[in-house]
Design a protein around this ligand. Sequence first.
Ligand code: N01
Length: 536
Amino acid sequence: MDGQEAVVERFDAIVVGAGFAGMYMLHRLRERGLSVRVFEAGNDVGGTWYWNRYPGARCDVESVEYQYGFSEELVRGWTWTERYAAQPEIMRYAAYVARQLDLRRDIQFNTRVTAAAYDESSNNWTIETDQGDRVTAQFCIMATGCLSASRVPEIPGLDSFKGDWHHTGAWPHEGVDFTGKRVAVIGTGSSGVQSIPLIAEQAERLFVFQRTPNFSLPALNAPMAPDYVEHWKEHFMAERKRVRATNSAAFIPLNDQSALEVDPEERQRHFEERWKKGGFVFITSYNNILDNLEANRLTADFVREKIRQTVKDPKVADLLAPTNHPIGTKRLCLDTNYFETYNLPHVTLVDIANTPIERITPDGLIVDGHEYQVDSIVFATGFDAMTGALLRIDIRGKDGLSLRDKWEAGPRTYLGLAIAGFPNLFMITGPGSPSVLVNVIIAIEQHSDWIMDCIDHLRANGLNEIEAEPDAEDRWVKHVNEKADSTLYPLANSWYLGSNVPGKPRVFMPYVGGFANYDKICKEVVAKGYEGFRMG
Ligand code: N01
């Protein structure tokens, strides 16, 4: 950044991103009388939901839970229509919130933040955008999302491909018509699992290229009965308060019993009962599924059997039934007709676990010497999760320290909220916080409220600067790692660990210690006078 250029505008706070985190943070800051500018790369609010418009894009947290909980008025004024809201409905909800809170007037759309640098003498951040903006603010708040930096893998020859190709995380707003086309889908995570059945409905021929099979549970999505909706509106505030005091931060009831202490018939009956309810309620059938290998195997066996019962060709069923990671250690998927899709005669599963896609040709893809000729390629290949969106910005803290350098061996944060060497910079749902392991909207509200209280504290005490102390950060990173290592999570190659991105350091990024425990720690830090932070 060239220090000689003129600064055009000054704000109390800059927020990067107008997804659910940026929207709420803007509301809170403005409520407290701060001047705020939000920069958003998209043309609307909604964050990840703005970009992920692929066929079948749908939330896998139940819609009654996937909403803000800070305002009863907002809750009462909005009516969800389906158990799991589809992407267009979530966008309508985001627009409703933006309208109700009059957010848009402080959001600059179509503007990507490219750089942010801290000036120690003035305690200010200078922020630059791809539209030529250069603004300063005392506080810079990164609401950049955990799953927003989409990733197209480097497969040689993509430039030569004659057909069209799209990434699920950057889907064209006008939609894509696959009618009569031969289509390749690469990737079988949540985005692939959701889009494959719908692409199959249109395509003349569909090839799914699978590197790792994923566990997926039936969503059993359905329209919501009006009396159920009303019931939720009535009880939402109390229920949200209750779940915020739990470690899962979800309405899903955990059966607090070991899978190993019940007899096999009872376990089978219980699994079946929860399976029939649809959704993630299945994975909380027992309390040790995610930290005991045997409990996990029993659970995975049940799901593998369901896959084998659904998929008619036993060889295909074998390929689809995951055996290389414990269930739940890669993000579980929820689906509608995913496994059934492989029974369709025009759908072919191509196993690329040991034979990666060699290259893309003008007419298709080559695997194991064979060319699969296609008209369209869909990359359902995921994201540079949790750190990608932050590191794509040139962030420089004290003494010009670059975040890219600081995080070369993996992200280091204090509480997932702050970074030593980067004063007055906050992250919402940053690495080292529960974020993607819980209902992210609850995580967003908790972080934004903490940040707001912190800024209030600084202002009330005439303080200009807050910075995480390096030893507090070290202790937190150690704690986050120890928590992860006490579970089965590190046994899978997952985006939680960064293993989907070649060369990314293998570090378990989210905090697995539970939402309520984490919230308590954040409160204790405040109660002890912002323990682990230096203020001045
Ligand atoms: O991405 P993913 P996603 N060659 O990383 C494969 C949330 N989400 O977009 O597993 C071949 O999970 C990769 O293979 P592997 C949710 O939290 C939520 O699907 O790395 N294949 C994998 O199969 C989710 O977890 C919702 O071996 C390659 C797939 O691509 C997260 O977003 C909906 C490859 C990527 O799966 C990410 O989901 C959608 C290569 N070079 C997403 N590179 C809902 O709310 C990658 N793959 C429902």
